[in-house]
Design a protein around this ligand. Structure first.
Ligand code: ZN
Length: 289
Protein backbone atom coordinates (compact mmCIF):
# COMPACT_ATOMS: atom_id res chain seq x y z
CA UNK A 1 0.00 0.00 0.00
CA UNK A 2 2.76 2.36 0.99
CA UNK A 3 4.71 1.45 -2.14
CA UNK A 4 1.70 2.20 -4.27
CA UNK A 5 1.31 5.60 -2.62
CA UNK A 6 4.96 6.43 -3.20
CA UNK A 7 4.58 5.56 -6.86
CA UNK A 8 1.45 7.71 -7.10
CA UNK A 9 3.28 10.62 -5.54
CA UNK A 10 6.20 10.17 -7.94
CA UNK A 11 3.81 10.40 -10.87
CA UNK A 12 2.31 13.63 -9.55
CA UNK A 13 5.86 14.83 -9.12
CA UNK A 14 6.73 14.23 -12.77
CA UNK A 15 3.55 15.79 -14.03
CA UNK A 16 3.61 18.97 -12.01
CA UNK A 17 7.22 19.40 -10.98
CA UNK A 18 6.14 19.01 -7.37
CA UNK A 19 9.72 19.08 -6.19
CA UNK A 20 12.90 20.31 -7.77
CA UNK A 21 15.08 17.87 -9.69
CA UNK A 22 17.77 16.22 -7.62
CA UNK A 23 20.38 18.55 -9.07
CA UNK A 24 18.34 21.68 -8.31
CA UNK A 25 17.49 20.51 -4.83
CA UNK A 26 21.13 19.79 -3.97
CA UNK A 27 22.17 23.15 -5.45
CA UNK A 28 19.62 24.89 -3.27
CA UNK A 29 21.10 23.20 -0.24
CA UNK A 30 24.61 24.32 -1.04
CA UNK A 31 26.24 27.72 -0.55
CA UNK A 32 26.55 26.84 3.08
CA UNK A 33 27.62 29.71 5.22
CA UNK A 34 27.94 30.13 8.92
CA UNK A 35 24.59 30.19 10.68
CA UNK A 36 23.96 33.73 11.98
CA UNK A 37 24.19 33.96 15.76
CA UNK A 38 20.64 35.37 15.97
CA UNK A 39 19.31 32.24 14.22
CA UNK A 40 21.38 29.88 16.35
CA UNK A 41 20.32 31.68 19.54
CA UNK A 42 16.62 31.62 18.67
CA UNK A 43 16.72 27.89 17.86
CA UNK A 44 18.71 27.09 20.98
CA UNK A 45 16.21 29.04 23.10
CA UNK A 46 13.65 26.38 22.09
CA UNK A 47 15.88 23.45 23.03
CA UNK A 48 13.92 22.79 26.24
CA UNK A 49 10.67 22.61 24.24
CA UNK A 50 12.11 20.04 21.82
CA UNK A 51 13.44 18.01 24.73
CA UNK A 52 10.00 17.96 26.37
CA UNK A 53 8.40 16.91 23.08
CA UNK A 54 10.92 14.07 22.77
CA UNK A 55 10.34 12.99 26.40
CA UNK A 56 6.56 13.30 26.63
CA UNK A 57 5.50 12.73 23.01
CA UNK A 58 4.04 15.68 21.18
CA UNK A 59 0.38 14.83 21.92
CA UNK A 60 0.84 14.82 25.68
CA UNK A 61 3.08 17.86 25.41
CA UNK A 62 0.61 20.07 23.52
CA UNK A 63 -2.22 18.98 25.82
CA UNK A 64 -0.13 20.18 28.76
CA UNK A 65 -0.01 23.72 27.35
CA UNK A 66 -2.65 25.82 29.17
CA UNK A 67 -3.79 27.85 26.17
CA UNK A 68 -3.25 25.21 23.49
CA UNK A 69 -6.82 25.74 22.20
CA UNK A 70 -5.89 29.29 21.20
CA UNK A 71 -3.84 27.93 18.29
CA UNK A 72 -7.18 27.04 16.66
CA UNK A 73 -9.56 29.61 15.26
CA UNK A 74 -12.62 29.76 13.14
CA UNK A 75 -12.76 33.55 12.85
CA UNK A 76 -9.60 33.99 10.83
CA UNK A 77 -8.52 37.05 8.98
CA UNK A 78 -9.47 35.98 5.45
CA UNK A 79 -5.99 36.50 4.14
CA UNK A 80 -3.28 34.74 2.17
CA UNK A 81 0.04 34.69 3.99
CA UNK A 82 3.33 32.89 3.55
CA UNK A 83 4.27 29.61 5.25
CA UNK A 84 7.16 31.56 6.87
CA UNK A 85 7.35 31.10 10.66
CA UNK A 86 7.81 34.86 11.01
CA UNK A 87 4.29 35.78 9.91
CA UNK A 88 2.52 37.68 12.71
CA UNK A 89 -1.17 37.21 13.48
CA UNK A 90 -3.75 34.79 12.16
CA UNK A 91 -4.12 33.83 8.53
CA UNK A 92 -6.73 31.55 7.10
CA UNK A 93 -4.43 30.32 4.31
CA UNK A 94 -0.71 29.77 4.71
CA UNK A 95 0.91 29.04 1.35
CA UNK A 96 4.43 29.62 0.09
CA UNK A 97 4.94 33.25 -0.91
CA UNK A 98 1.14 33.81 -0.68
CA UNK A 99 0.89 31.71 -3.85
CA UNK A 100 3.73 33.27 -5.86
CA UNK A 101 4.99 29.81 -6.91
CA UNK A 102 1.61 28.61 -8.20
CA UNK A 103 0.70 28.58 -11.86
CA UNK A 104 -1.81 31.25 -12.90
CA UNK A 105 -4.56 28.63 -13.11
CA UNK A 106 -3.74 27.18 -9.70
CA UNK A 107 -3.71 30.63 -8.14
CA UNK A 108 -7.03 31.59 -9.71
CA UNK A 109 -8.61 28.33 -8.57
CA UNK A 110 -7.30 28.91 -5.03
CA UNK A 111 -8.73 32.44 -4.91
CA UNK A 112 -12.11 31.31 -6.21
CA UNK A 113 -12.29 28.39 -3.80
CA UNK A 114 -11.05 30.06 -0.58
CA UNK A 115 -12.26 33.64 -1.26
CA UNK A 116 -9.63 35.65 0.63
CA UNK A 117 -10.17 39.35 1.32
CA UNK A 118 -6.50 40.24 1.65
CA UNK A 119 -3.20 39.20 0.15
CA UNK A 120 0.04 39.85 2.01
CA UNK A 121 3.70 40.00 1.09
CA UNK A 122 6.59 40.00 3.54
CA UNK A 123 10.27 40.83 3.81
CA UNK A 124 13.01 38.30 2.89
CA UNK A 125 10.76 35.59 1.52
CA UNK A 126 12.38 32.29 0.52
CA UNK A 127 9.53 31.41 -1.85
CA UNK A 128 9.75 34.80 -3.57
CA UNK A 129 13.50 34.31 -3.92
CA UNK A 130 12.86 31.00 -5.66
CA UNK A 131 10.32 32.73 -7.93
CA UNK A 132 12.91 35.40 -8.82
CA UNK A 133 15.54 32.75 -9.58
CA UNK A 134 13.18 30.68 -11.70
CA UNK A 135 12.14 33.71 -13.73
CA UNK A 136 15.63 35.11 -14.20
CA UNK A 137 14.87 38.22 -12.10
CA UNK A 138 17.30 40.18 -9.92
CA UNK A 139 17.37 38.23 -6.66
CA UNK A 140 18.69 41.24 -4.74
CA UNK A 141 15.30 42.89 -5.43
CA UNK A 142 13.26 40.02 -4.05
CA UNK A 143 11.20 42.15 -1.62
CA UNK A 144 10.16 44.51 -4.40
CA UNK A 145 9.45 41.61 -6.79
CA UNK A 146 7.17 39.96 -4.19
CA UNK A 147 5.38 43.24 -3.46
CA UNK A 148 4.87 43.99 -7.16
CA UNK A 149 3.50 40.50 -7.73
CA UNK A 150 1.11 40.75 -4.75
CA UNK A 151 -0.12 44.20 -5.85
CA UNK A 152 -0.89 42.86 -9.34
CA UNK A 153 -2.86 39.94 -7.83
CA UNK A 154 -4.70 42.29 -5.44
CA UNK A 155 -5.83 44.46 -8.34
CA UNK A 156 -6.71 41.51 -10.52
CA UNK A 157 -8.87 39.81 -7.88
CA UNK A 158 -10.13 42.87 -5.98
CA UNK A 159 -8.25 42.08 -2.75
CA UNK A 160 -6.80 44.31 -0.06
CA UNK A 161 -3.03 44.27 0.08
CA UNK A 162 -0.72 44.38 3.13
CA UNK A 163 3.08 44.23 3.25
CA UNK A 164 4.73 42.85 6.39
CA UNK A 165 8.10 44.47 7.00
CA UNK A 166 11.12 42.77 8.56
CA UNK A 167 10.45 44.66 11.82
CA UNK A 168 6.90 43.33 12.01
CA UNK A 169 7.95 39.73 11.55
CA UNK A 170 8.28 37.39 14.51
CA UNK A 171 11.63 35.90 13.56
CA UNK A 172 15.11 37.44 13.29
CA UNK A 173 15.69 39.06 9.91
CA UNK A 174 19.01 37.18 9.69
CA UNK A 175 17.29 33.91 8.77
CA UNK A 176 14.80 31.14 9.47
CA UNK A 177 14.83 29.74 12.99
CA UNK A 178 11.98 27.23 12.68
CA UNK A 179 12.75 23.61 13.55
CA UNK A 180 9.15 22.60 12.82
CA UNK A 181 6.60 22.70 10.02
CA UNK A 182 2.94 22.46 11.08
CA UNK A 183 0.98 20.73 8.33
CA UNK A 184 -2.60 21.71 9.08
CA UNK A 185 -5.17 19.10 8.11
CA UNK A 186 -7.91 20.80 10.20
CA UNK A 187 -8.21 24.14 8.41
CA UNK A 188 -8.26 25.80 11.84
CA UNK A 189 -4.65 25.94 13.00
CA UNK A 190 -4.05 29.65 13.37
CA UNK A 191 -0.50 30.31 14.44
CA UNK A 192 2.04 28.70 16.74
CA UNK A 193 2.76 32.03 18.44
CA UNK A 194 -0.75 32.21 19.97
CA UNK A 195 0.33 29.46 22.37
CA UNK A 196 3.07 29.66 24.98
CA UNK A 197 5.26 26.63 24.48
CA UNK A 198 4.70 25.69 20.85
CA UNK A 199 7.96 25.74 18.90
CA UNK A 200 8.19 28.29 16.12
CA UNK A 201 7.28 26.68 12.84
CA UNK A 202 6.35 27.08 9.23
CA UNK A 203 2.63 26.54 8.65
CA UNK A 204 1.24 24.89 5.55
CA UNK A 205 -2.56 24.96 5.24
CA UNK A 206 -2.80 21.41 3.92
CA UNK A 207 -6.59 21.23 4.25
CA UNK A 208 -7.16 24.38 2.20
CA UNK A 209 -4.36 23.88 -0.33
CA UNK A 210 -5.06 20.25 -1.13
CA UNK A 211 -2.57 17.39 -1.18
CA UNK A 212 -0.51 18.31 -4.22
CA UNK A 213 0.14 22.00 -3.60
CA UNK A 214 0.66 21.40 0.12
CA UNK A 215 3.28 18.74 -0.69
CA UNK A 216 5.28 21.30 -2.65
CA UNK A 217 5.07 23.82 0.18
CA UNK A 218 6.01 21.27 2.84
CA UNK A 219 9.01 20.27 0.70
CA UNK A 220 9.94 23.94 0.41
CA UNK A 221 9.89 24.32 4.20
CA UNK A 222 12.43 21.48 4.36
CA UNK A 223 14.59 23.08 1.67
CA UNK A 224 14.59 26.38 3.56
CA UNK A 225 15.18 24.82 6.99
CA UNK A 226 18.08 22.66 5.81
CA UNK A 227 19.53 25.34 3.54
CA UNK A 228 21.78 28.34 4.03
CA UNK A 229 18.98 30.63 5.29
CA UNK A 230 17.75 28.10 7.81
CA UNK A 231 19.13 25.88 10.54
CA UNK A 232 21.31 23.78 8.21
CA UNK A 233 23.71 21.61 10.17
CA UNK A 234 21.98 22.37 13.48
CA UNK A 235 19.39 19.83 12.33
CA UNK A 236 20.77 16.40 13.17
CA UNK A 237 19.55 12.90 13.98
CA UNK A 238 19.57 13.94 17.65
CA UNK A 239 17.87 17.28 16.91
CA UNK A 240 15.71 16.53 13.89
CA UNK A 241 13.36 18.87 12.04
CA UNK A 242 9.75 18.09 12.96
CA UNK A 243 7.07 17.70 10.33
CA UNK A 244 3.93 17.91 12.44
CA UNK A 245 0.52 16.75 11.24
CA UNK A 246 -2.31 18.65 12.92
CA UNK A 247 -5.53 16.65 12.57
CA UNK A 248 -9.14 16.50 13.76
CA UNK A 249 -9.30 12.81 14.64
CA UNK A 250 -7.21 9.66 14.89
CA UNK A 251 -8.15 8.34 11.46
CA UNK A 252 -7.22 11.62 9.77
CA UNK A 253 -4.00 11.76 11.76
CA UNK A 254 -2.89 8.32 10.59
CA UNK A 255 -3.50 9.21 6.94
CA UNK A 256 -1.75 12.56 7.45
CA UNK A 257 1.33 10.89 8.90
CA UNK A 258 1.55 8.54 5.90
CA UNK A 259 1.27 11.51 3.57
CA UNK A 260 4.08 13.33 5.39
CA UNK A 261 6.27 10.20 5.35
CA UNK A 262 6.00 10.13 1.56
CA UNK A 263 6.91 13.80 1.24
CA UNK A 264 9.83 13.38 3.63
CA UNK A 265 11.21 10.33 1.82
CA UNK A 266 11.03 11.90 -1.63
CA UNK A 267 12.52 15.18 -0.44
CA UNK A 268 15.32 13.54 1.59
CA UNK A 269 16.41 11.49 -1.38
CA UNK A 270 16.43 14.48 -3.74
CA UNK A 271 18.23 16.73 -1.27
CA UNK A 272 20.68 14.02 -0.21
CA UNK A 273 19.74 14.53 3.42
CA UNK A 274 19.47 11.67 5.90
CA UNK A 275 15.82 10.78 6.58
CA UNK A 276 16.71 10.55 10.26
CA UNK A 277 17.22 14.32 10.38
CA UNK A 278 13.45 14.73 9.86
CA UNK A 279 10.90 13.31 12.30
CA UNK A 280 7.19 13.01 11.62
CA UNK A 281 4.96 13.93 14.55
CA UNK A 282 1.28 14.64 14.92
CA UNK A 283 -1.39 15.82 17.32
CA UNK A 284 -5.13 16.35 17.40
CA UNK A 285 -6.94 19.65 17.68
CA UNK A 286 -8.69 20.11 21.04
CA UNK A 287 -12.16 18.54 21.10
CA UNK A 288 -13.89 21.61 22.56
CA UNK A 289 -13.04 24.80 20.76
ZN1 ZN B 1 7.72 33.85 2.52
Amino acid sequence: MLRFECAALSNINKKTNMFETKEDEVNMMENKKEIPKEVRKAYESERAIYEKIADMGIEAYVESLPNFHEAFKEDFEKQFGCIDEGMPGSFETHLAGSGILLSEEEFKEMIERTKPETITSHASCGAAKLYAEKNGLDVSQVDRIYQDWAIVQAKKYGLKYIHISADEMIRPKEGHTAGTCYCDFTGNFSNWDQVNGLPSGFIVSRELLGKEIAARDIALSLTIAFGSHGLGDLLTEENPFLLVAVANNQEQLEAAIKELENIKNIWAEKADVSRDRIRIEGFLAPKEQ
